[in-house]
Design a protein around this ligand. Sequence first.
Ligand code: PMV
Length: 348
Amino acid sequence: MRSENPVTTVLLPKDGAAPGAVAVAHPNIALIKYWGKRDERLVLPWTDSLSMTLDVFPTTTHVRLDPAGGQDTVLLNGAPAAGEALRRITVFLDLVREMAGSARRAVVDTRNTVPTGAGLASSASGFAALALAAAAAYGLAPDATALSRLARRGSGSASRSIFGGFALWHAGPGTGADADACSYAEPVSSGGLDPALVIAVVNAGPKAVSSREAMRRTVGTSPLFRPWAAASKDDLADMRAALGRGDLEAVGEIAERNALGMHATMLAARPAVRYLSPATVTVLDRVLRLRAEGVLAYATMDAGPNVKVLCRRADSERVAAAVRDAAPQGSVLIAGPGPGARLLSEPA
Ligand code: PMV
């Protein structure tokens, strides 16, 4: 397993330009899900979660301080950000400014290679890259734990994308500032596992309900939420043991039951949140048949209809072909464990 810790340095201005920093981060897919906040402002989750960072779909983010600007300027994939996306990034930059004791506005240029808002964790790679680049641009030098806590404030799952390979995000105890200090991710080792995640993008469009709203509704109204959160504790303990012994079959079984349980909590919310589509179910059926054919293949789904199938790297081509066959309208790609967030040496 690769686990690269981020290094924070401030890039010097070139030719009189404002200082800037460029960071790259990859999305992660949770095998034990984060679903539900106990504190929305501080982004403190109800439960611990555990994920694999991917080696595909990086986000690259350039942050520089604006010498003149009265407000932050944000470009998302080359287009000016507006509305909720701009608000979330500005609120995040306010937090970085507060930590740095600075009032200067920033120019942010962020490029995703993953479809935004389709349950493919674009917010994880996005806020991990933004946390690292913004911290560097404002002259902060957080260690990996502090950086994970900072990324968490942008999007919970981003706390895990700071690290490569497998990462465990501790929910941490309590409330308020003490809890804030205790809720961060750290790398976990994976006992020589050589996994792949076959990603079936059955629909790359944005989701109808944001994960933020879906979590809020689930925590507030679903009678299945608390039982799932309790079961997720046991799932995490079992997952850590399975990962430690490199037992892909157990890792897959636990990941699949945890994800299906998470979707059950939202189906029971009032009104229900249903991200799974007919194409999702077709892929899930194919995964079951793969297992009947003797291939270790296990599904997980996030806040969207797309399916990620965990398997041995050696089986990934076969699994990808089967999934492609089952969902010919979609696109399928194979991901492996990827690196943690890092700064690039030169501004783009
Ligand atoms: O970090 P957010 O707010 O995008 O929430 C992501 C939640 C899930 O992807 C559904 C699960 C997870 O742990 O990543």
